[in-house]
Design a protein around this ligand. Sequence first.
Ligand SMILES: [Zn+2]
Length: 135
Amino acid sequence: MPLPATTSPLRSPAARLLARRAELRVLIDTAAAVAAGVGEQGSGVFDLKDVAAEDSRARIANAALTRAAGELAQVNAALLRVHEGSYGVCDACGDDIDERRLAAVPTARFCTGCRAVHERLATASRRTTGLRVAG
Ligand SMILES: [Zn+2]
């Protein structure tokens, strides 16, 4: 019997990730439609205020699209880790990631300690080279 797809705080990480992936796909479709649809429903009346509003709508939609696509990539990577059996294991030190951290951030790749180090390194790297450290 298939499990119901409805919400429960005790869902497995995989179920939560799958639910989040579905949400993100809807979000991405919506944002893409808004971004693509801007300017298409023109009434023929040229109004600078409308142009400005459409421009900022497109910018907001594009920003949402970028953010959602980034999160979707993280969710997919986390689902892959679930599949491979390495979900919940720190990428850096191999320790188990705290359950509370996974509850708060289901896509977490690092334990709390390694995350702090990783973020310091990423920040330092951004400052010195302008490059981003992946993850
Ligand atoms: Zn670690």
